[in-house]
Write a protein that binds this ligand. Structure first.
Ligand SMILES: *[C@@H]1O[C@H](CO)[C@@H](O)[C@H](O)[C@H]1NC(C)=O
Ligand SMILES: *[C@@H]1O[C@H](CO)[C@@H](O)[C@H](O)[C@H]1NC(C)=O
Ligand SMILES: *[C@@H]1O[C@H](CO)[C@@H](O)[C@H](O)[C@H]1NC(C)=O
Ligand SMILES: *[C@@H]1O[C@H](CO)[C@@H](O)[C@H](O)[C@H]1NC(C)=O
Ligand SMILES: *[C@@H]1O[C@H](CO)[C@@H](O)[C@H](O)[C@H]1NC(C)=O
Ligand SMILES: *[C@@H]1O[C@H](CO)[C@@H](O)[C@H](O)[C@H]1NC(C)=O
Ligand SMILES: *[C@@H]1O[C@H](CO)[C@@H](O)[C@H](O)[C@H]1NC(C)=O
Ligand SMILES: *[C@@H]1O[C@H](CO)[C@@H](O)[C@H](O)[C@H]1NC(C)=O
Ligand SMILES: *[C@@H]1O[C@H](CO)[C@@H](O)[C@H](O)[C@H]1NC(C)=O
Ligand SMILES: *[C@@H]1O[C@H](CO)[C@@H](O)[C@H](O)[C@H]1NC(C)=O
Ligand SMILES: *[C@@H]1O[C@H](CO)[C@@H](O)[C@H](O)[C@H]1NC(C)=O
Length: 667
């Protein structure tokens, strides 16, 4: 209470100092031109004397309970009133009648259900264009008390309430609505015609509800419809020749079995059907049922038995990932001349091909990952603009030679988790004959990213990537991989990222320093005992050598790496830290960051027992001690050897004499 009095005083003292100047610094409300911010102040009522003529008043996150003429009556000039997150449970009927400029009224997160129980109407919202009633615990029928006289209302948020049914009369008093957000309610039913009178409705968000079926969709003026995360089993448009304005349709995360029946004449750009139960792209189960929707299909080919699909000539984005589709006939894509993004990952497709009849020449991204693909083929002059191809997680092992060479704009190939092998380069690709049991990666001049991890790759033959200017090459997790010396020939200036992680490689024969652009190298989890010499200028920034059999790095290599290296992973190696002080220095004190330093240990013998010590605690003195111990050991060993040699020599010298003696006796 004391705080409140002080607040009022602060305002009163400001009143005569004429309207729209910032309040005194001690005042809790902030005035910026004609906007007043009183948010987060634990206010229980509206400060009584705010400047006249304010246009925006933010009272969000306070403790207001009752909105009455008394507390708000002075501010009828307001355009924007934010009452988000208070405890409002009472609004004086007719309060907003005189607020002829009030365009935005934000009542989200209050207790308006308490008000609605009393069945009082808040009266006219004369000018309101945006009304936020989200998070108020409102249930079916309660919205009537707020919407019955809202002739200018365009944007309405009712998300996060408990509405179970959208009634026919719900929007009767708000016919100007363009945008309705009903997401996150428990809507089970939409009465027929509930949205019919809303001639301007263009966006409707019904996501996160419990709707089970839409059987006669006929909101032809709607542009955006979100029905994701419901329990939809079907979606069907009324049979009509009307052109629908629908651009975005989100049906993701439902239980849809058959491909939805969409408007015959549509402008659809975006269709999300991911995470449903589609078994095919058929709109119905049987041919008989199909007859019913005959007119909805494009008359593309008249051949008997050829199925006709809907016309999606504007569709740019189609997501059917996470379904149970086994087969997609190519004719399904016939009309999709604009399709840029196709995602059919996580299905059961065994065979995917693109031919000249349906060339998908607008497609930029194609994701067929995590299916059961064994066959893949692309015709000539198809997929002209394809840039990213995702094929990981399939059963691909044999592909026609030139499969990827046919893609004139391909930039990224994701082929991990398949059964592919890499073909050697023999100049020209074989044109005919049996497809080889390997894949050609030569001569793909646009390809920059190639992922081949987990493919059971056995050999990387020489010049395998000739004419393909890769900047990233991931060959990890192909244990036993035999890396040929000249495999990276042709990648000298382009390759920046190389991963050979977890390949059990005992020795790398190639000269990595010829890859002058190489910046990120992962050689972890192999069996390397030495690194290939890095003696030229290098660009290496990050090097992962974790979990190998390295004892040290060459002095020369350290000198070269130190110039550019920023990050080095070195843990889990049997390091002999003292053998190369420069290396020890690099690990301990240079600018090179060693993120796994806690696992970098040095091994040495002490009292003929192996000892491990973290590299961080190894000192130069210890190394010198070790060295001198070493020296004394050497002295002892050498002495011992000398003694032994002398003894042996002596014995040898003696024995022949004896022999000669015995010989002499024999003679
Ligand atoms: C709001 O009104 C109710 C009754 O209408 C009353 O009990 C309550 O004290 C009022 N709250 C405030 C903060 O004025
Ligand atoms: C609205 O304004 C009229 C005239 O300006 C006034 O008589 C009436 O009391 C006001 N009503 C409310 C609810 O503020
Ligand atoms: C209402 O206010 C909250 C919090 O400031 C905001 O997140 C929400 O977008 C606002 N609603 C409208 C319709 O402006
Ligand atoms: C209504 O909301 C949409 C986005 O949801 C926004 O683009 C539009 O400007 C809003 N209209 C009004 C009148 O606030
Ligand atoms: C909607 O309002 C009109 C007039 O405002 C009225 O005639 C009609 O009966 C109302 N419809 C419903 C379903 O309440
Ligand atoms: C949609 O269907 C309802 C009832 O089936 C009908 O009253 C209405 O006129 C139709 N709307 C349009 C735009 O065709
Ligand atoms: C549909 O709604 C869901 C959940 O509210 C949201 O994640 C998704 O982005 C929306 N879809 C579109 C196309 O806006
Ligand atoms: C889809 O339709 C085709 C042709 O009408 C039919 O052969 C096929 O069995 C259908 N697939 C499913 C899963 O119903
Ligand atoms: C598909 O629709 C587009 C535009 O709506 C039209 O130009 C095209 O002719 C239609 N295609 C077929 C095969 O009907
Ligand atoms: C395809 O969909 C899956 C699953 O929804 C998603 O993880 C993946 O990122 C999508 N692919 C592309 C290229 O967007
Ligand atoms: C793969 O699909 C193509 C075209 O849809 C078809 O011609 C071919 O027979 C199919 N192959 C297999 C093995 O299913």
């Amino acid at each position: 209470m004391a705080a409140y009095l002080w607040l009022v005083l602060a305002f009163i003292s400001d009143v005569d100092a004429s309207s729209l100047r910032p309040l005194r610094q001690r005042s809790p409300c902030q005035v910026i031109q004609n906007e007043v911010y009183c948010n987060d102040l634990n206010l229980r009522t509206v400060p009584a004397t705010l400047p006249y003529g304010i246009q925006k008043l933010d009272l969000s996150r306070n403790l207001l309970q009752n909105l009455t003429q008394e507390v708000l009556g002075n501010y009828i000039s307001i355009h924007h009133l934010n009452l988000h997150s208070n405890n409002i449970q009472f609004i004086q009927p007719g309060l907003f009648k005189n607020f002829t400029n009030l365009q935005v009224l934000n009542l989200s997160r209050n207790n308006l259900d308490v008000f609605a129980i009393s069945k009082i109407n808040i009266g006219p919202l004369t000018a309101a264009e945006r009304l936020d009633l989200s998070g108020n615990g409102l249930y079916t029928g309660m919205t009537d008390f707020f919407l019955s006289e809202a002739p200018a209302l365009m944007n309405l948020s009712l998300n996060g309430n408990s509405i179970t049914k959208v009634e026919k009369k719900t929007f009767n008093g708000s016919l100007a609505l363009r945008n309705i957000d009903l997401h996150n309610n428990v809507i089970l039913e939409i009465e027929e015609g509930a949205f019919d009178s809303l001639l301007y409705l263009s966006e409707l968000d019904l996501s996160i509800n419990s709707i089970t079926c839409i059987t006669d969709f006929n909101l032809s003026q709607l542009k955006v419809l979100n029905l994701s995360k419901n329990s939809l089993e079907c979606f069907q448009t009324t049979d009509s020749d009307l052109e629908y304005e629908l651009l975005y349709l989100d049906l993701g995360e439902n239980k849809i079995h058959y491909f939805p029946v969409l408007p015959k004449r549509n402008k659809l750009i975006y269709l999300d059907l991911s995470r449903n139960r589609l078994m095919s792209v058929n709109t119905t189960g049987t041919e008989d049922e199909l007859e019913q929707f005959r007119d909805t299909f494009v008359t593309h080919t008249q051949t008997a038995g050829t199925k006709r699909y809907q016309n999606f000539s504007s569709l740019m984005y189609l997501d059917m990932s996470y379904n149970k589709i086994k087969r997609i006939p190519q004719t399904f894509f016939c009309s999709m001349l604009s399709l840029e993004h196709l995602n059919i990952s996580y299905n059961c497709i065994g065979n995917f091909s693109v031919n000249q009849e349906t060339p998908l020449n607008s497609l930029k991204t194609l994701d067929v990952s995590y299916n059961a693909l064994q066959k893949l083929s692309f015709g000539e002059n198809t997929l002209y603009f394809l840039q990213e191809l995702f094929l990981q997680g399939n059963f691909l092992s044999i592909l026609d030679p030139g499969t990827f060479q046919k893609l004139p704009n391909i930039r990224g190939l994701h082929l991990q988790q398949n059964y592919l092998n890499v073909c050697p380069s023999y100049g020209k690709l074989p044109q005919t004959g049996v497809p080889p049991s390997c894949v050609y990666f030569v001569s793909i001049p646009t390809l920059h990213f190639l992922y081949l991890s987990v493919n059971h790759l056995e050999v990387l033959p020489p010049f395998a990537f000739n004419g393909t200017p890769l900047s990233l090459l991931d060959l990890s997790l192909n244990p036993g991989l035999d890396v040929h010396q000249n495999v990276f020939s042709g990648l000298e200036t382009s390759l920046t990222h190389l991963s050979l992680r977890e390949n059990d490689i005992p020795k790398l024969n190639m000269d990595l320093s010829q890859l002058i652009s190489l910046k990120f190298v992962d050689l972890s989890t192999n069996k390397l005992t030495t690194l290939p010499l890095w003696n030229k200028k290098s660009s290496i920034e990050s090097l992962n050598l974790q979990n190998n059999n390295l004892a040290t790095l060459d002095y020369e290599t350290v000198l070269v790496l130190e110039r550019t290296l920023k990050t080095l992973y070195m843990g889990y190696n049997p390091l002999n830290c003292c053998s190369n002080p420069r290396f020890l220095y690099m690990l301990q004190r240079s600018n090179v960051v060693v993120p796994d330093i806690a696992t970098v240990t040095c091994q040495y013998m002490e009292n003929s027992k192996p000892v491990e010590m973290n590299v961080g605690s190894v000192t130069q003195e210890q190394c010198q001690n070790l060295d001198s111990k070493g020296v004394s050991i050497i002295v002892i060993v050498v002495t011992a050897l000398v003694v032994i040699v002398v003894l042996v020599v002596l014995s040898k010298v003696c024995h022949p004499k004896r022999r000669k003696l015995t010989d002499g006796f024999r003679a």
